[in-house]
Design a protein around this ligand. Structure first.
Ligand code: SF4
Length: 341
């Protein structure tokens, strides 16, 4: 049986090479060829002996998900639909800006958490992505975007904000994060890798210990009552517990603030009163708030970023990544049944 080398982080490469009787430096060479040079052909690895390459070919492949569709919006935002088998497809989005290129990476085929505003949530959940399917999105994007002398690595920032709740696929996501940070792979700094969660409190604490990258939290409401409606996981991990976990996380975080995402839903969470409640709620947490044009918050000395929604014309804006999912939760059928009852 062959293994996919995109599934391995550093330890996996070391074990694979040790199994072949290779010296430890071979693992580093392999990682660099695959992740830094984007190579998927063992014959291109010219500093590895032919005999070793032949052995590797018998045991391993280097394979990212296949591209089903590749679309570029007028503003340069590029979206790939990737086949991850058995009727499931995921989406990856690249957002070019003047000084950086940000890749939005998916972590699950679908999502079980059912946030009301989210296209992925409406599709239900099928399965967690493997390490190869997660890191494969970055590997593929760097290859497809093309390297040049000016931009040897087109992707400079990663946000785990695509389809799925990344902390619900903890082990595979952490392995992929470690590759993103590894100097023999992508060498991104922790500040340039952001994980966005809907608020799985115990997993936020685990991430703090395992791989503390920058943290973003999908907040979307300033009270438990409203948030439980919009982000149902709030019933299990209410705001007080969530914000306490955010404060604990800051001890280890690469940035001295937590980013809070707030999708403004007309007439639902966007009143002046909501803004006041939000300012009060976040008073004790060093925060940046994404996507909020509320004057009230600005007056309260919060750093407020109004996120430019990029790639609207190809459905790549927040909460619009949909892909295609074989729904194990049968959420769509249940919704349809309610609608026709
Ligand atoms: Fe899942 Fe995130 Fe969508 Fe909520 S917003 S349903 S956690 S993908």
């Amino acid at each position: 049986m062959t293994v996919n080398l995109l599934d391995f982080e550093r330890t996996g490469f070391a074990q694979f090479c040790a199994g072949l009787g290779e010296k430890p430096f071979r693992a580093r060479q392999l990682m660099r060829w695959i992740h830094q040079s984007g190579v998927d052909d063992f014959d291109a690895m010219t500093d590895i002996s032919k005999a070793s390459r032949e052995e590797m070919k018998k045991l391993a492949v280097i394979r990212a998900p296949d591209v089903v569709r590749d679309t570029t919006a007028a503003d340069g935002t590029r979206k790939w639909l990737l086949n991850v088998g058995t009727g499931n497809a995921i989406e990856t989005v690249f957002i070019p800006e003047r000084n950086r290129g940000t890749l939005c990476v998916s972590s699950q085929a679908g999502c079980a958490l059912a946030c009301t505003f989210c296209s992925t949530g409406r599709q239900g959940f099928n399965r967690n992505l493997t390490v190869a399917e997660i890191i494969g999105q970055l590997w593929l994007a760097n290859r497809q975007l093309g390297r040049s002398v000016e931009t040897p690595r087109p992707v400079t920032n990663v946000v785990m904000m695509g389809m799925g709740e990344p902390l619900a696929n903890f082990d595979n996501v952490v392995a992929a994060l470690q590759l993103m940070l590894d100097d023999d792979a992508y060498g991104l700094s922790r500040r340039r890798v952001t994980l966005s969660t809907s608020g799985l409190v115990p997993a936020i604490d685990r991430l703090r210990d395992a791989c503390p990258v920058a943290l973003a939290v999908s907040l979307h409401a300033p009270t438990d009552e409203l948030r439980s409606e919009i982000v149902p996981i709030n019933k299990k991990y209410p705001l007080k517990e969530l914000l306490a976990a955010c404060v604990r996380y800051l001890d280890r975080a690469p940035r001295d603030f937590i980013t809070f995402e707030y999708v403004m839903l007309a007439g639902v969470n966007d009143s002046t009163e909501h803004a006041r409640q939000l300012a009060k709620l976040l008073k004790a947490v060093p925060s940046k708030i994404n996507l909020i044009p509320f004057d009230v918050l600005m007056q309260k000395d919060f750093t407020v970023m109004v996120r430019r929604t990029r790639g609207d014309d190809i459905d790549a804006a927040c909460g619009q990544l949909a892909g295609q999912v074989q729904d194990k939760t049968r959420r769509r059928e249940k919704r349809a049944a309610i609608a026709t009852a």
